[in-house]
Ligand binder design. Structure first.
Ligand SMILES: Nc1ncnc2c1ncn2[C@@H]1O[C@H](COP(=O)(O)OP(=O)(O)O)[C@@H](O)[C@H]1O
Ligand SMILES: [Mg+2]
Length: 240
């Protein structure tokens, strides 16, 4: 078993707030892993630590076996880590094609762009390439962000609340795209709702108040007493 990503005893404090509390976890190469937990439990903070936006207060992060703790975001991007944000961060004045050109220019421009355009076509964005982000649905913007991550050459793609605000049809379409690239890419998906993550992920980590409360298969997670207690009243776990 090979791990593309390992967190070892990662702690992140913001003043008096303990956003991540001694978190250790491994992410397997080519997997789709869920990172779930109630709002404010440290999920986005974990992405910021992994992608170099934050240097953790304590602990270490390994990518491809190399200690990358504290390496800045642009260098993490060069190494093959891309993240998306809860609110899509596309340039308002660039068309989708131009956005992909910029992303591809971070690396091997020609191949990156060629592959990104090919992928965009394959996942139903063919007619959207010359549009501005404001002309796209939220679901299409999220797909563009995924293709943009691929265009940078990312091998580890961190998706922050990628299903938020989408209809169940749009969630299915987005999940199908993610699933079709698993193996070639590694995905970590943040959600605070269980259902979509449970359907898509083979492995799930649960953060509650910054602490890793549970890790395992979707079945293990949905039967975990602390997870059930944390979600009680907010999600119908029995049907997740
Ligand atoms: N840059 C920051 N400065 C201060 N506090 C922060 C910062 N980012 C996050 N926090 C706090 O850390 C905790 C975890 O936040 P976050 O990682 O965004 O949670 P989640 O993504 O699980 O909703 C929250 O209490 C939040 O208010
Ligand atoms: Mg968040």
């Amino acid at each position: 078993m090979t791990f593309i990503l390992q967190l070892q005893n990662v702690t992140q404090r913001f003043g008096g707030v303990l956003a991540l509390d001694d978190v250790s976890l491994d992410i397997q190469h080519g997997s789709i892993t869920g990172l779930i937990g109630p709002n404010g439990s440290g999920k986005t903070t974990a992405f910021s630590v992994i992608s170099g936006f934050l240097r953790p207060t304590a602990g270490q992060v390994f990518f491809d076996g190399h200690n990358i703790t504290g390496i800045p975001p642009h260098e993490m991007a060069q190494r093959g880590v891309a993240r998306t944000f809860q609110t899509p961060q596309l340039f308002a004045s660039l068309t989708i094609r131009e956005t992909l050109e910029v992303a591809a220019s971070m690396r091997d421009k020609h191949d990156g762009l060629y592959n990104a355009l090919h992928t965009a076509n394959e996942i139903g964005l063919r007619n959207k390439l010359d549009h501005l982000p404001s002309e796209l649905t939220t679901a299409d913007m999220r797909l563009v962000e995924i293709v943009k991550a691929f265009a940078t050459g990312a091998r580890l793609v961190l998706l922050d609340e990628v299903f938020a605000g989408l209809s169940s049809t749009e969630i299915d379409r987005t999940a199908a795209v993610i699933r079709s690239f698993a193996g070639e890419k590694t995905f970590v998906i943040i959600e605070h709702r269980m259902r979509a993550v449970m359907a898509l992920c083979e492995h799930v980590h649960v953060l509650i108040y910054g602490r890793l409360a549970a890790s395992g298969t979707p079945c293990h997670i949905t039967n975990h007493p602390e997870v059930i207690a944390a979600y009680l009243g907010t999600e119908d776990l029995a049907h997740a």
